[in-house]
Design a protein around this ligand. Structure first.
Ligand code: ADP
Length: 338
């Protein structure tokens, strides 16, 4: 709480200083324009006086008129020059200001999200370790009946799986960041890969039934590890954000628009204004104090990267009658039974 409010305070101070410096610079520019205008008027007055002394208006009216016109023209040229220079200067200052503001703001947002990420990840790393340790110690100390032992062991496996998933996400995000991950693409039976993945997920997720509706024998050029990670992230999110006992549906079907993989849940859904942001790195809806579920904000960022690397697209939609559907579309696939 303290950290995020001091971060907010900092960004307010920085914005305040920025607005002050920018306003000061623009006002200086305007003031410079006013001074130049006054100077130009003064020069025009001196030159007119000098002309009156030099050329007599009544004796030499033609020469006087010509000189007067020349003076007016010079004054107009001066005005044109400083107004033009000032405008270009103002445009440059404002363009620079927009660029600086955007990059500073982006940097501040990233650093705030990184701070949130560190807090969330510290908890996410510690809690499965603590739970697994406690379970193992209980098993060592007490002679429990077989059923209780199994329960504790299952719980430990669940926790270590969670830890495994988090470590995979963190490592992969860092590899993506440094362009170090090389996809291992092979012609893969996507239907089988998804079905096994769903079975494995259901074996460790007791809180939600997972319904699989998978069109058979669909083949795709894919990196198996990545596709598994993508499926895990989407299903684990459905588990986290939909109430216990509600159904999660994973569907693979071929349509006129292409091959569609959807993961749907019956949770609260995602507000339209959040839909483009949830794929950003470290982005999590709400703030650390109001959020009930823990996470790293990496899952959907990685999911989108994985989908894009497999030349697909991902969209968030409303599920009917309620909840969220993540829909992935591929165009390059084939259906064959061998
Ligand atoms: P994490 O779940 O670790 O916070 P993600 O990148 O997986 O990070 O998700 C980003 C945010 O999108 C989550 O914090 C959550 O608010 C929202 N979100 C993701 N999946 C769902 C879902 N199925 N239902 C509702 N909200 C979701």
């Amino acid at each position: 709480m303290k950290k995020s409010s001091s971060g907010l305070q900092n960004s307010k101070v920085i914005t305040g200083v920025y607005v002050f410096v920018l306003s000061y610079t623009v006002l200086q520019l305007v003031w410079w324009g006013v001074l130049l205008h006054q100077q130009s008027r003064q020069i025009a007055r001196y030159e007119t006086q000098e002309l009156v002394h030099r050329v007599h208006e009544l004796n030499q009216p033609a020469e006087f008129m010509t000189e007067m016109q020349r003076l007016h023209k010079e004054e107009r040229m001066r005005t044109f020059k400083y107004v033009g220079e000032g405008t270009i200067f103002l445009i440059l200052i404002l363009a620079g200001a927009v660029l600086v503001y955007r990059s500073v703001w982006k940097q501040m947002r990233l650093s705030r999200q990184q701070q949130n990420f560190m807090m969330a990840v510290t908890h996410e790393l510690k809690s499965p370790i603590a739970a697994a340790k406690l379970n193992l110690e209980t098993l060592r100390k007490h002679k429990l009946d077989e059923e209780k032992q199994l329960k504790l062991l299952n719980n430990t496996i669940r926790e270590t799986n969670r830890l495994d998933q988090l470590c995979n996400n963190i490592l992969l995000a860092s590899q993506f960041e440094h362009q170090k991950y090389e996809l291992f693409l092979e012609f893969t039976d996507l239907s089988r890969l998804l079905s096994t993945g769903i079975e494995e997920l259901q074996s460790r997720i007791a809180s939600h039934p997972i319904r699989a509706d998978i069109f058979p024998h669909v083949w795709l050029q894919a990196d198996k590890f990545m596709i598994q990670l993508m499926l895990n992230n989407l299903v684990e999110n459905a588990v986290k954000y939909a109430p216990k006992g509600t159904e999660i549906t994973v569907r693979l079907r071929t349509t006129e628009e292409g091959l569609k993989l959807t993961v749907s849940d019956e949770g609260e859904g995602i507000a339209p204004e959040e839909r483009s942001k949830i794929f950003l790195k470290f982005y999590r809806i709400g703030n650390e104090n109001t959020r009930k579920s823990k996470g790293s904000g990496l899952g959907l960022y990685l999911t989108r990267r994985i989908v894009e690397q497999h030349r697909g697209t991902i969209e968030v939609k409303d599920n009917q009658p309620k909840g969220t559907t993540f829909e992935i579309t591929w165009n390059d696939y084939s259906v064959q039974s061998v």
